[in-house]
Design a protein around this ligand. Structure first.
Ligand code: DC
Length: 484
């Protein structure tokens, strides 16, 4: 075969297409227009064959037949597989593209799914774009069975429990609905196997059609089904930019002792940045609420640990999604409003000191934080949960100032408390937090320590915003955010 090919050569239009000059049709057009030459001779006959050593030029420019990286955007039809070979004999998307270099898909699309797929021979970019930890968001239009309620859309946004655990937050909205039924627009960062289909099946609305419409900044646009085009240079640059941005986790870790104002700062920063405020203390508090409800003694370590492993504690993005605090849902029930009572305050330290509880909550916190664009607040975030966070702040304040702040917090919730009681309680908790064997309160080596006794919240926000601008230059923080 190889030898025969050598003797006969290859058809000129095929050589041009394989070199990435144009599609096969486009190459024929170039030949007809007399813009192609072989060994200095103009060629207009379409059947012309050329050998590997013949010099082919287009518009006088030699064609590099040792092609470099090739990037192709394809609108995958349903029924095609995105791998090279299939045991069921189904056609491969590679057959739709006339470029002969060894292409592979960046991120697979199931045979029964359609839409945007990127094919390349550039393994480096493929790895960057599909790395599960920092994958860039992929957008889908999904035709579903039935008509999901707003509540169901909220569930999809917050994360759905699949066999292997909860999904990360998704962006979900209704798309313009055609005659076929209800279409949703869904963007996810994770790329688990058949994830969108499984998410929708889990909420009772199986998928009838699934069309990928975007990979980060790249959009399918009006490319017809089954057609392909080369990726433009600007699109490639944008994709690389998105992948680079995704590789720097967009998280700010804020740690500090009890009542140091971490949550207030986290909320204020979230509002400024349009990010989510994730207060990890809420997870420990939620478990405490759950223990109380089930009549479990918080000092019964085994029972509390079991609770931590079993409970489906998940973070919920509030309906208003800019700069708001997450809510906490336990086993399907929103417990956010029960988290800040004196009863929980009294018991939560014991829950948080339980090593097995911390072990159970660790991956959950990391999963949530990996969604990015988040202010993660706690007391072991910079040290244990997210040691790679690009910006870590440790907030400190004297016990007196913290007692005053906590009193104001209670009063804002309509609860009357004694300042001296609070101060004694804080001192006791500080001592306990510093000295406890499990996860004692510590300052990360690379954290910026802020002493806040004489700082207003606004001043704290300004300091951290300045640091954030340095650490996340790609975000152009402070500039108005683009829609989306
Ligand atoms: O910040 P907070 O008061 O809401 O925290 C509740 C409890 O959980 C408190 O005892 C500290 C503990 N906690 C922890 O141990 N690790 C975290 N990352 C967050 C909170």
């Amino acid at each position: 075969m190889e030898e025969q090919r050598h003797i006969e050569g290859e058809r000129l239009q095929k050589v041009l297409a394989e070199a990435g000059i144009a599609s096969r049709r486009g190459a024929e057009e170039l030949i007809r227009q007399g813009r192609v030459s072989v060994n200095g001779q103009n060629v207009t006959a379409l059947g012309t064959r050329v050998g590997p050593d013949d010099e082919v030029c287009v518009d006088g420019q030699p064609v590099d037949r040792d092609i470099g990286p090739v990037y192709i955007v394809l609108h995958k039809p349903r029924g095609y597989i995105s791998t090279v070979r299939d045991t069921h004999g189904r056609p491969s998307v590679l057959g739709l593209v006339p470029v002969k270099t060894r292409l592979f898909p960046m991120g697979r699309l199931d045979a029964d799914s359609e839409g945007l797929i990127l094919l390349t021979n550039d393994g480096g970019l493929g790895y960057q774009l599909t790395h599960p930890r920092h994958a860039i968001p992929k957008e889908y239009l999904v035709l579903v069975e039935g008509n999901p309620t707003d509540e169901t859309l909220e569930r999809l946004r917050y994360g759905v429990w699949l066999e292997e655990g909860p999904t990360a937050a998704a962006e979900v909205s209704r798309a313009v609905t055609g005659g076929e039924g209800v279409w949703l627009r869904i963007a996810i960062r994770e790329g688990r196997k058949r994830q969108v289909r499984r998410m929708l099946a889990a909420v009772g609305h199986p998928v009838r059609r699934l069309v990928r419409t975007g990979i980060g900044p790249l959009k399918l646009g009006a490319l017809p089904v089954g057609k392909w085009r080369f990726l433009k240079g600007t699109e490639l640059a944008e994709l690389r930019g998105a992948a680079t941005e995704a590789a720097v986790p967009l998280v700010i870790a804020i740690d500090g002792p009890a009542a140091s104002g971490k949550s207030a700062l986290g909320q204020a920063l979230a509002a400024r940045l349009g990010w989510l405020h994730f207060d990890t203390g809420m997870l420990y508090r939620a478990l405490t609420v759950l223990a109380h409800r089930r009549g479990i003694d918080v000092h019964d370590e085994d029972s509390v640990a079991e609770l931590a492993h079993q409970a489906r504690v998940s973070l919920v993005r509030p309906g208003n999604r800019t700069g708001a605090s997450a809510r906490v849902v336990v086993d399907g029930e929103d417990v956010t409003d029960e988290l800040y009572t004196q009863a929980v305050d009294a018991d939560v330290s014991a829950v948080a000191a339980n090593e097995e509880v911390r072990r159970a909550l660790l991956p959950r916190q990391r999963d949530i934080a990996n969604q990015g664009r988040m202010i993660v607040v706690g007391r072991d975030i910079g040290t244990v949960v997210l040691p790679g966070a690009p910006l870590k702040v440790y907030l400190d304040a004297s016990a007196e100032v913290r007692a005053m702040r906590r009193q104001q917090q209670f009063e804002a919730n309509g609860q009357v408390v004694d300042r001296e009681d609070l101060l004694a309680d804080l001192r006791r908790r500080d001592r306990y937090d510093r000295e406890r064997p499990n996860a004692p309160l510590a300052v990360a080596d690379d954290a910026v320590v802020l002493h806040t006794d004489r700082m207003t919240l606004e001043e704290e926000v300004e300091v951290v915003m300045k640091l954030a601008k340095e650490r996340f230059p790609a975000l152009a923080l402070g500039a108005p955010r683009r829609g989306g």
